[in-house]
Design a protein around this ligand. Structure first.
Ligand code: MN
Length: 236
């Protein structure tokens, strides 16, 4: 048997300290996992728990360890927002994963940007439409190299995003409403998690616009850094 068309390229992330690549399967995302961000988006974190949405696996833009990636300003938006997030890479799959076992399913951690066409998201919210065109567009998930979990023991690390040298977003990971183990346990109730799945675990407050020429530096203490340059729109 052969394929009618060549199989598509396999999305991947680099892994710090080794040459083997991590094959990416799906990208799950957590919405409103920091109270201050939920408030800035106009919702009430005491009444609405975090929730899930997704991006296509090939939205990933992989950075070499401490390397920069370039993302072209996407079409159909005039308000592209940055959302810095801790990214969890699933190494061992499962469903209905107990909270106490959840971290054993993690291969490693990275820092990523959940790039968002905020104007399209606002329009979708108003019309009670899905978020895919606001969240799941091409190159909407630039991500650092992964650090294997056993090399990153400090889950109380800080998460910080600078744009053109100015601090935009900053929090402690301990501010997450659902910590990583909760995220994995909850998500595995809805879908069978599989090796290669990534989970973007939500963004702290301070989301704001990126424009062509901006350089965003995303950092979680102890993880490989991510630098994203926003280039002009691609020619049609
Ligand atoms: Mn997000």
């Amino acid at each position: 048997m052969t394929w009618i068309l060549p199989p598509p390229p396999q999305p991947f992330l680099y892994v710090a300290g080794q040459s083997d690549l991590f094959a990416v399967r799906r990208i799950w995302c957590v919405g409103r996992n920091y109270a201050a961000h939920a408030l800035e988006m106009g919702s009430d974190p005491t009444r609405e728990p975090p929730f899930f949405f997704a991006k296509p696996g090939d939205a990933i833009v992989p950075a070499l360890p401490d390397g920069a990636v370039t993302v072209h300003y996407p079409p159909k938006t005039a308000n592209l927002h940055h959302e810095i997030e801790l990214v969890v890479a699933i190494g061992t799959g499962g469903r209905n994963i107990p909270h106490m076992d959840a971290l054993r399913h993690v291969f490693g951690y990275a820092v990523g940007l959940d790039l968002t066409r905020r104007d399209l998201q606002a329009a979708a919210k108003k019309l009670a439409q899905p978020w895919e065109m606001a969240k799941g567009f091409d190159a909407s998930a630039p991500c650092s190299a992964l650090l294997p979990a056993d090399r990153w023991p400090d889950h109380s690390a800080r998460i910080e995003l600078d744009v053109n040298g100015q601090r935009r977003q900053e929090a402690a990971l301990s501010e997450m409403i659902w910590p990583v183990a909760d995220v994995i346990a909850h998500l595995s109730l809805y879908v069978s998690l599989e090796p290669g799945d990534l989970i973007f675990t939500g963004t702290p407050e301070g989301v704001a616009a990126l424009v062509p020429g901006d350089v965003a530096v995303a950092c979680v203490t102890g993880l490989p850094e991510l630098t994203v340059r926003i280039a002009a729109s691609e020619a049609p």
